[in-house]
Design a protein around this ligand. Structure first.
Ligand code: GRF
Length: 227
C-alpha cells in the first residue's frame, strides 16, 4: 500500500494538566490523515484543566485521573494512569504540560514511547521557571526541546529542539510566548518522526534515519544593550 492515508496510525495519548496548547497543536497536526499518529486519548490529572474542553470539542476521548484522589500514593496514581492508557491500546504517550513527576515504575514501562516537551534548550534550565531563569542568566538564545523521557527529570535524549533569540525588553512572558510558538512546531514534527519510526531510542540514545539535516547557517544573536 503506497497510499500514506492507508497506513496504520500510531495510537497516542497526550497527558496534560492545564491549558493544553501543545496538545491542541498535536491534535491539529493529527487531523491530516497522512500524519502517522492519531490522538486517541487526552488525559488530565486535573479535572479543571482547560485543555480537556478543547479535546472534547475535537471529539477526542478524554479521561481524568485526579492525583488528589490517591492521598499521596504515587504508585497507585501511576497504576491507574497506566491502566487507562493500556485499556485504550495506546502505543505512544506525549507529556504536554503534565505537572506530575513520573516515577521510574511508569517511565520504564514506556521507554522509547514516552515523549515530553520542555521550555528550554536542554540540558540548560531543567525544572521550572525556565524563561525567568534564562533572562536572569543573560543567555542570548533560548528555546524548547522535545525529548524521550527517562527516570531522571528533564534528562532524556533529545529528539528535536528549536532556538529563539532573547530580545531587548523581553519579560518572562514575552519570551515564553516566543518559545511556545516554536513548541507548537516541533512537538508535532517530533511525534511524527517517532510514530513513523524514523527516530528511535536505542541503548539510551536517539537514533534517526531520516535525512533532514538542518541548515548549517549559524544562529548568531548579538549581546543586548544595558537595561
Ligand atoms: C509548555 O511550556 C511546555 O513546554 C511545558 O509546559 C507548558 C505547557 O503548556 N512542559 P500548554 O499546556 O501545552 O499550553
Amino acid at each position: 500500500m503506497s497510499n500514506p492515508s492507508m497506513r496504520r496510525r500510531v495510537r497516542t495519548a497526550v497527558l496534560i494538566s492545564g491549558r493544553g496548547s501543545n496538545m491542541v497543536a498535536l491534535v491539529e497536526a493529527a487531523r491530516d490523515p497522512a500524519f502517522p499518529a492519531e490522538i486517541a486519548l487526552v488525559l488530565s490529572n486535573r479535572p479543571d484543566a482547560g485543555g480537556l474542553d478543547h479535546a472534547r470539542q475535537a471529539g477526542i476521548a478524554t479521561a481524568v485521573i485526579d492525583h488528589k484522589g490517591f492521598a499521596g500514593d504515587r504508585g497507585a496514581f501511576e497504576a491507574a494512569l497506566h491502566q487507562v492508557i493500556a485499556d485504550k491500546d495506546i502505543e505512544l504517550v506525549c507529556l504536554a504540560g503534565f505537572l506530575r513527576v513520573l516515577t521510574p515504575w511508569f517511565v520504564t514501562r514506556w521507554t522509547g514511547r514516552l515523549l515530553n516537551i520542555h521550555p528550554s534548550l536542554l540540558p540548560a534550565f531543567r525544572g521550572l521557571d525556565t524563561h525567568a531563569r534564562a533572562l536572569a542568566a543573560g543567555v542570548r538564545i533560548h528555546g524548547c526541546t522535545v525529548h524521550f523521557v527517562t527516570p531522571e527529570l528533564d534528562e532524556g535524549p533529545v529528539i528535536m529542539q528549536a532556538a529563539v533569540p532573547v530580545l531587548a525588553g523581553d519579560t518572562a512572558e514575552t519570551l515564553a510566548a516566543r518559545v511556545l510558538a516554536q513548541e507548537h512546531v516541533i512537538y508535532p514534527a517530533a511525534l511524527a518522526r517517532v510514530a513513523q519510526g524514523t527516530v528511535r531510542l536505542v541503548d539510551g540514545r536517539v537514533a534517526a534515519d531520516d535525512d533532514d539535516t538542518p541548515s548549517t547557517a549559524p544562529l548568531i544573536v548579538p549581546g543586548l544593550p544595558e537595561r
